[in-house]
Write a protein that binds this ligand. Structure first.
Ligand SMILES: NC(=O)c1ccc[n+]([C@@H]2O[C@H](COP(=O)([O-])OP(=O)(O)OC[C@H]3O[C@@H](n4cnc5c(N)ncnc54)[C@H](O)[C@@H]3O)[C@@H](O)[C@H]2O)c1
Length: 271
């Protein structure tokens, strides 16, 4: 899919990767870009900032973890603009920690990182299927293909996001609707405070080891990677190309891979 003339919705559009995607879509000639975010004021700021000639840029405030709010967003855009060509389910949060993490935090990250993608598909797909075209881009993470040291809730929900995107791609293949899944490593955004401006130790939440090794990308680079992938209708979007190699190594010898990852985890502090 090329963005020219398309009606696009981007969740998490007020910041980071989502804001860069909104900008890139507007610059490449989308007809409508809806900047959707829980941070309504932030979405307004991004929308005002990118109002480029000929492109309608709108802000929408919603919590993507609430089904009825995603349903309303889809209905509003379809009513006003006739259709949604591209829905980028991009909003996401980080919860670090292990199995001791309280249930409330597990439930919160599950709702934002997984159920929001279910809702995006549930409500955007019917219009797309009826028209025989449309595109869903789900932002997961390299943590959803590999793992995230120090952050079990993030790793688990991102694996689930990848699984859902794969399932959708397979299940809707015959309808004309396309699905891609974005899996970056570290990107300079507000997701992990401090990731952008200081070196991070390997097992620190936020995926520091990969960031240190493979670099922290700017959100604009990630947005370009998304547009390049959807132009080719490629499922997996890997702005850090190293991730493809890691995935192959993991699949080829899982025990060796896990042992290598374990070496990156520091021993627990002496008591
Ligand atoms: N930054 C990275 O290193 C990195 C790496 C891999 C994947 N990702 C993924 O990229 C996506 C975008 O994150 P980012 O890095 O741009 O972070 P960010 O924090 O800069 O932006 C995330 C945006 O999502 C919004 N948001 C959060 N919860 C929401 C909710 N319930 N409803 C509506 N909006 C909500 C926030 O207000 C924020 O504007 C996330 O899914 C994240 O997991 C980020």
């Amino acid at each position: 899919m090329q963005p020219q003339g398309k009606v696009a919705v981007v969740t998490g559009g007020a910041s980071g990767i989502g804001a860069a995607l909104c900008r890139a879509l507007a610059e490449r000639g989308a007809a409508v870009v809806v900047v959707a975010d829980r941070d309504g004021a932030g979405a307004e700021r991004v929308a005002a900032d990118i109002s480029a000639g000929g492109v309608t840029v709108e802000a929408a405030a919603l919590d993507v973890s609430v089904a009825s709010e995603v349903q309303s967003l889809v209905a509003d855009v379809e009513r006003q603009h006739g259709r949604i060509d591209l829905f980028c389910a991009n909003a996401g949060i980080m919860v670090a920690g292990g199995v001791e993490t309280p249930d409330a935090d597990w439930n919160r990250i599950w709702a934002v990182n997984v159920m929001s993608h279910v809702y995006a598909a549930r409500y955007a797909l019917p219009g797309m299927v009826a028209r025989g075209e449309g595109y869903l881009v789900h932002t997961a993470s390299a943590a959803g293909l590999l793992t995230q040291l120090g952050a079990a809730p993030y790793s688990v929900t991102k694996h689930a996001a990848v699984a859902l995107a794969e399932w959708l791609r397979v299940t809707y293949a015959h309808t004309g609707v396309k699905v891609s899944c974005l899996c970056p490593q570290a990107v300079r955004t507000n997701l992990v405070p401090g990731l952008s401006d200081r070196p991070v130790a390997p097992a620190e939440p936020g995926g520091a080891s990969q960031a240190a090794r493979d670099g922290i990308l700017e959100p604009e680079v990630v947005a370009d990677a998304v547009l390049a992938a959807i132009a080719e209708e490629r499922f997996l979007i890997l702005p850090h190309p190293e991730v493809a190699t890691y995935e192959q190594r993991r699949a080829a010898d899982r025990d060796r891979w896990l042992a290598g990852m374990a070496r990156l985890v520091p021993p627990p502090p002496a008591t």
